[in-house]
Design a protein around this ligand. Sequence first.
Ligand SMILES: Nc1ncnc2c1ncn2[C@@H]1O[C@H](COP(=O)(O)OP(=O)(O)OP(=O)(O)O)[C@@H](O)[C@H]1O
Ligand SMILES: [Mg+2]
Length: 258
Amino acid sequence: MSEAVQPVLSMRGIDKSFGGLRAVIDGHLEAHAGEVLAIVGDNGAGKSTLIKVLTGVYQADAGEIRVGGQPAHFRNRRDSINAGIDAVYQNLALVDLLPAPANVFLGHERVVKVLGIPFLDNRGMRRETVRILQERVGVHLDGLDQPALNLSGGQRQAVAIARAVNAADLKVLVLDEPVAALGPQETKATLDLVRSVRDKGIAVIIISHNLEHVFAVADRVQVMRGGRVVGVVNTAESTKREVLGLIVGAETEEVLEA
Ligand SMILES: Nc1ncnc2c1ncn2[C@@H]1O[C@H](COP(=O)(O)OP(=O)(O)OP(=O)(O)O)[C@@H](O)[C@H]1O
Ligand SMILES: [Mg+2]
């Protein structure tokens, strides 16, 4: 990715404390359209907190967020979604008893009027769901009429992403530990999904503890330790060993330079 290209999203100088605990210190990140950025780090490193500041769940004590170069202020999750940023958490994502289209349109259901009486436009929502999955997410989904309960973990992820894409003009998709509870097949499907969404021009930020996955899917990796960003590397020019060194804080030159 050329340096001249403006990031679709940038965060700078983000501080966030909980009481006396400094969860994020001078946090920053840049996300580019059509790129996967991984955030890695030990438990408690501040990854989720930085992302929750981005998605309006938490308000930062200091720092700035820019979307498309313009300053943005997210007081809540809705503000962030309206700016084209959304996060998908695997298990919280879907209403189990509803099929995929109803989940994709949850909260902004389409209605048609027949003889002046409003009805849910189930056919329209189903058609649009197929289109979004195909054109924006890049997957074909069987079981569109099944309750979400019957979908596999990977399929649920696809539906949750389609919902995020549908909720706004999605520019940045955040996945916090998307494969944590998935088996090997499902994991592969989800990583394929990440690539597919990226290829549609969305900036994807993925938090993961699995460096195997990170190196398989991410263009850049950002390492956090003790609330700080301690390094950002291009996966093509780095190794799992180097990233692991940054995560645990081995006294390597890279760490000292970061
Ligand atoms: N709502 C909160 N209230 C108090 N402390 C919090 C809160 N959220 C996070 N923390 C603390 O902030 C620090 C960073 O937590 P965070 O969840 O960002 O870590 P993480 O890098 O996502 O870790 P993990 O890999 O375990 O998910 C931790 O010490 C955590 O206990
Ligand atoms: Mg976390």
